[in-house]
Design a protein around this ligand. Structure first.
Ligand code: EPZ
Length: 415
């Protein structure tokens, strides 16, 4: 068990380039399996989930070379469609390989990704869509075996704009014969980036970022190099840390049109924030205005991944704020850990009533998921005294170097 230590009360000041996006690089790495050749990705975040995906890709035959933040994948010889069980348990989003493996080798064998502390996270939408495209799915309670002699295009309407299901369909459709149309598709930036990558590989994709996406592979795929966009959630996390700690930060390497709802939410909390196309500036005197409601919803709404860092920030607000989590049924567990630091947060079903306190105090707390762990670092940055965050490995799954990043801005934080 690692412990992230934070001595609160030090303002954050300076400039920081934001790492590449975890939730963009993972589906793009899966998409590279579809091309029988070399794919090169730059600005790849050096995070645990990327190392886990690399382990899976090597297990199925992909040759990998990593140099700094540049990842070279040679998928000329992909022999197996079996995703190692231990990797599925470590990283549930490995399920997005189903579509790519079905498209490449005609089969995919995986175990149930299982839920996690933020929710049950079923995969019914993934499986139903792949069946509609001609896959046969066999489930025996522990393993899922999918096979398809030849995937065919289909018109799929998702019951919910699932990010992962949309990604799986996009990858399967890239290998399918004919046209695939997705209605009620996810519109997240990660979908837009995946579609841009597929277009660069030579796939015809129309409607990226809208609720209706049309995909057709008309010609052979081609070798592609692609730069991974900045991580919008890491950027939002660091903005929240600066808001509670005070100071003046400038974040670069981030495409701010993907962050509209998040940046507006910081404005609503009274933050002195401004932004250009690829940079954000925030100046804070530590005063944070309570907000009547923060409701998470699919993009372009307020992202569920920013809900935890925002709860940590609103715990310092000048009044009562309400948070409603509408994506994951158990993503309010952070409240109990913040309470150990003196926060007054009452959770009822999927709503949290946050009664802001002028100050929180350091404590021994526990990271229970990726974003909750990062949110505790946010709260600790503004707290009196030392906070120790016991972390079984969540934070490093998504944050390349939260300690070095915040230290470079004047924070007192170390593993
Ligand atoms: C992706 O998860 C992200 N993960 C999540 O980020 C993010 O919170 C989520 O999208 C929403 O934006 C990656 O990209 C690796 P969903 P995903 O399918 O694809 C239900 C982080 O912290 N659902 O859009 O799993 C599901 O239970 C992570 O970086 C079904 O019911 O999200 C949930 O309630 C956390 N059946 C809702 O849809 C399905 O088949 C949203 O899930 C699939 C999903």
């Amino acid at each position: 068990m690692d412990t992230l230590n934070v001595q609160g009360g030090y303002p954050l000041t300076g400039e920081l380039k934001i790492q590449g996006s975890k939730n963009t690089v993972l589906p793009v790495m899966a998409a590279a399996v579809l091309y029988k050749g070399v794919t090169i990705l730059t600005n790849v975040p050096m995070i645990q989930d990327v190392y886990c995906m690399i382990h899976i890709l090597e297990a199925i035959g992909v040759k990998i070379a990593l140099s700094g933040h540049c990842l070279t994948m040679d998928a000329s010889l992909v022999e197996s469609g079996e995703i190692p069980m231990e990797d599925v348990k470590r990283m549930r989003s490995s399920i997005m390989l189903l579509g790519a493996l079905l498209g490449r080798v005609g089969e995919a064998v995986t175990s149930y990704p299982g839920g996690c502390t933020i929710g049950l996270r079923p995969i019914d939408l993934h499986l139903k869509a792949l069946e509609a495209m001609g896959a046969e799915i066999f489930e025996d309670g522990t393993k899922i075996r999918a096979s398809a002699r030849k995937l065919r295009g289909a018109h799929i309407r998702l019951d919910f704009p699932s990010v992962g299901a949309t990604e799986n369909i996009l990858l399967a459709a890239t290998a399918a014969k004919g046209v695939t149309v997705i209605d009620n598709a996810a519109r997240e930036p990660e979908i837009i980036e995946l579609c841009l990558f597929l277009q660069k590989m030579g796939v015809s994709v129309r409607g990226a970022g809208t609720s209706r996406i049309r995909i057709e592979r008309k010609k052979e795929l081609r070798q592609t190099s692609y730069q991974i966009t900045g991580d919008r959630i890491v950027a939002g996390t660091y903005l929240a840390a600066a808001a509670v700690a005070g100071g003046e930060v400038r974040l670069t390497g981030i495409y701010t049109p993907y962050m509209e709802s998040v940046l507006r939410a910081f404005q609503n909390c009274g933050c002195d924030i401004s932004w250009g196309k690829e940079e954000i500036a925030l100046r804070s005197d530590r005063r944070i205005r309570a907000v009547p409601w923060v409701k998470t919803s699919p993009y372009p709404g307020f992202p569920t991944d920013m809900q935890s860092p925002f709860m940590a920030m609103l715990a310092y607000g000048d009044g009562v704020s309400m948070i409603e989590e509408r994506i994951f049924e158990s993503r309010l567990n952070l409240a109990a850990q913040l309470a150990k630091m003196g926060a007054d947060i009452r959770v009822e079903e999927n709503r949290a009533r946050v009664a802001g306190q002028g100050r929180l105090h350091g404590a021994l707390v526990q990271a229970e998921d990726l974003r909750a762990g990062a949110a505790l670092a946010v709260a600790a940055a503004g707290a009196e005294g030392m906070t120790r965050i016991a972390d079984p490995g969540y934070i490093k799954r998504g944050y390349e170097s939260i300690d070095q990043d915040l230290r470079s801005l004047g924070g007192r934080i170390w593993w």
